[in-house]
Design a protein around this ligand. Structure first.
Ligand code: NAD
Length: 479
């Protein structure tokens, strides 16, 4: 099946007629092609967006809200079709796509459809100076949204929904590794009555299509989610052009477990926070630190549970872990397992490729737990982004906090304890944009989402997203 670009409400082939193979991770076979769009396609998308802007930016909030909520309803009505497409394209269990990815993509549209009706200008009365200030928040114009492969439609719509809710028009690029649901979204937008050109979806490689979006002089804001190195490359181009930039990048998140936690809840959640989506969630807790007094018990119980996880074809209903997203990614993750062994890590379970009967060319890997002698090793410092976690004991709060913060990343952290004062102390000192205490991945879409250090700049979520996708203008009137 050939995927096409979606420009001005119409599906089109790329101008240069260049195509890239699209692989199914579950069987390693090519099952379609996608455009490798050039500067010319991005220019066409930009022009469509620009001509739609004057109309869209003037629509009433009620009308924008109505269209966004309609998109949300149509996604829900097409849940099965979208979940199947997401699973086939990404390798994730279809059950996960049905329960999380597609419902969340629908929620993104519904949430921002509501949020825009509550987003208001501020005013400040300058007491004693006989003046009043009011702050307008105007849409920026044409904005660029670029997203990764791990939660394809979920993260794509997390950017697009607030961008269009705020009155912008968009040139968006999904990952070339998982383009399918973004392609299907075009059709839904047309059915929902989104005016032509408000959203344009362009497919292709980062170094061609992605770069053309970043370098376009009139695409004034870029919202990017992806790897830290790519983020740095994008910032280097966008900064001298004074583009507004939001970068959601990599992570190496600590999962800190104290002996006084609710043990069973912690254990079940830790299995999920380690291996959900094959460990390919930027928020997964890949460094597990366990208080010494319960370390031995945790090690036995955790390994037993991880060994019960069933790896298999993503369409099977009884599997927990599907395929990794690509051959090259599987190779990278396996290399990290070898590096860990070379650095004296002990593989407690997993560590090898899995041959799923009938799908021998698929990219399957056992969930892997590695005991590390020190936090300094590469497997504890570098992002692996696969079904691999490390475990090690700690003796004191001070020691674990030091290790938790001693990485270049700062996206999220998870803390398991029932001690209130300790919760407050550690949460205050963790270098992360998001801290979960006695839970993981509990998301309230109104809260700020993003990271510190090499995990990025800026925050998404709720009004933060709407602020990013608008320019503030203060008007001061003296009376
Ligand atoms: P990636 O950086 O390789 O690609 C992300 C997107 O950027 C893709 O659409 C890609 O085509 C595009 N791209 C690549 N090079 C580009 C360039 N030079 N110019 C413009 N666009 C370019 O990342 P990935 O491998 O798709 O995703 C995995 C990474 O994403 C991991 O590091 C993960 O932690 C991160 N991630 C972060 C978050 C978050 O919210 N912080 C969420 C999910 C994933």
């Amino acid at each position: 099946m050939n995927i096409k670009n979606y420009i001005n409400g119409i599906h089109k082939n790329p101008v240069n007629n260049e195509w890239i193979d699209n692989y199914c991770p579950a069987n390693g076979e090519v099952y379609g092609q996608i455009p490798n769009s050039s500067k010319a396609d991005v220019e066409n998308a930009y022009r469509a967006a620009k001509s739609a802007f004057s109309g869209w930016s003037q629509t009433t909030l009620e009308e924008r809200s109505r269209v966004l909520i309609k998109i949300s309803e149509l996604l829900e009505a097409n849940l099965e079709r979208f979940a199947e497409a997401e699973s086939k394209d990404n390798g994730k269990p279809i059950s996960l796509a049905k329960a999380v990815d597609i419902p969340r993509a629908a929620s993104n549209f519904r949430f921002f459809g509501h949020a825009i009706t509550q987003f208001a200008s501020e005013s400040h009365e300058s007491t004693g100076q006989n003046a009043i200030n009011y702050t307008l928040r105007h849409p920026i114009g044409v904005v660029g949204c670029i997203s990764p492969w791990n939660l394809p439609l979920y993260l794509f719509t997390w950017k697009i929904a607030p961008a269009i809710a705020a009155g912008n028009c968009v040139v968006a690029k999904p990952s070339e590794v998982t383009p399918m649901t973004a392609y299907l979204l075009g059709e839904i937008c047309n059915k929902a009555g989104l005016p032509k050109g408000v959203l344009n979806i362009i497919h292709g490689l980062g170094k061609t299509t992605g770069q053309a979006i970043i370098k376009h002089p009139d695409i004034k804001a870029i919202s990017f989610t992806g790897g830290t190195e790519t983020g740095a490359r994008i910032a280097k181009i966008a900064a001298p052009m004074f583009k507004k930039l939001s970068l959601e990048l990599g992570g190496k998140n600590p999962n800190i477990i104290f002996a006084d936690c609710d043990y069973d809840d912690m254990l079940n959640t830790t299995v999920r926070s380690s291996f959900a989506n094959q460990g390919q969630i930027c928020l997964c807790g890949s460094r597990i630190f366990v208080e010494k007094s319960i370390y031995k018990k945790f090690k036995i119980d955790f390994i037993e549970k991880v060994k019960q996880l069933h790896v298999g074809h993503p369409s099977e209903s009884d599997i927990n872990i599907g395929a990794l997203v690509s051959k090259s990614h599987l190779k990278k993750v396996l290399q990290y397992i070898n590096i860990a062994k070379e650095e004296n890590g002990t593989v407690l379970c997993g560590g090898s490729k899995v041959n799923v009967e009938g799908y021998e060319k698929g990219y399957y890997l056992e969930p892997t737990v590695i005991e590390v002698p020190t936090d300094e090793c590469r497997i504890n410092q570098e992002e692996v982004f696969g079904p691999v976690v490390t475990i090690m004991p700690f003796s004191s709060e001070k020691e674990v906090l030091h290790m938790a913060n001693k990485v270049k990343y700062g996206l999220s952290a998870t803390l398991w304890t029932n001690n209130l004062k300790r919760t407050m102390r550690i949460s205050n000192q963790l270098q992360a944009g998001i801290v979960w205490v006695n839970t993981w991945m509990l998301r309230d879409l109104r809260t700020p989402f993003g990271g510190v250090k090499a995990s990025g700049i800026g925050r998404e979520g709720g009004f933060e997203s709407l602020r990013f996708f608008t320019e503030a203008k203060n008007v001061c009137i003296k009376y």
